[in-house]
Ligand binder design. Sequence first.
Ligand code: CA
Length: 380
Amino acid sequence: MIRSLCVLVLAGVTSLVAWSQSSSFDTEFEAVQIEVVTQGLSSVWGFTFLPNGDILVTERDGRLRIIQNGVLAEGSISGVPDVYARGQGGLLDVALHPDFEENDWVYLTYAKAHDGNSTTAVARGRLEGMSLLDVEEIWLADSRGRGHYGSRLAFDDQGYLFVSVGDRQANPNEDQANHPAQDRSNHHGTINRLHDDGSIPDDNPFVGQEGIEASIWSYGHRNTQGMVFDAGTGLLWTNEHGPQGGDEVNLVEPGLNYGWPVIGYGVNYGGDPLHDSTHQEGMVQPVHYWVPSIATSGMVAYSGNLFPNWKGNLFVGGLRGQQIARLTMDGTSVVSEETIFEGQGRVRDIRQGPDGALYVGLDGDEDEAGIVRLTPSTKQ
Ligand SMILES: [Ca+2]
């Protein structure tokens, strides 16, 4: 009781820091201005930019909102499917079809009540004004449990759609080799690759293998809440929450096993060892990990010109850590990490805008959430 009160008080204080006024901070290579784009949202989970610069943003309790010319439109976009808005569930990520300007398709992921439980679903609809039309559910994960819906969306440059599904909080302590995230007959703990209509490409790595879901691209993930293609390299980067320590950044490649819960760097809540080991043959090592956890969330691979010294860096948001981790890369290796944007709020998502600015979605309840924009500071 006392602990939850403290969390509430802290959340109130930190949200005031972000929303009170524009402010700035220094980093190793760039001086940064924070500007409020929109506040007064509730539980921001994902957002994306329309070709005209307007922003679509999901509120986890089931609303898709739009920021037009920098102003949050009243009301929400109609046609969004019913979502299972409990615990970590609800309306989650949003993405545009790569050919959105021709076909108007908007993609959503969400937790959906299903089979006496809940799972991760993907739907798409054509955006027209304040409505989604021709809405159809195009993919439904085979998963059940409590939270850990995963649920990031990313399109690659060939138009394939990637969807993450979490391990649904299946118990990681017993029979780790047969944990649902290691069992490819379901979608727990997976990255999946789909055609834009939800059908399964016939060159996916496990197509034709009996007892394995053909949509699976990689597996052995815990809860992937950050997933992005690097526009410069074409590489697919993800991050996932560890338990208590062991948040990871992974370079995702087809057919590989990323180890959860057999290997990892986390410990159980309470401090007992969780994994048998940190390495095992046939299981991929993370490119980077955090102990203790920062509670990783959205991520972006920066390719803009507004912050020239940050080009090619990965930015990973932290919820509990209330921070952004800036990772300097050398090819596929992390060579240094800088913590920026500290104490400004729970970072749920981070994106690069068409203007080259970094946009940060801040989580929060009851109108505390919103989006801020990071641009170079003009102060000397
Ligand atoms: Ca791993």
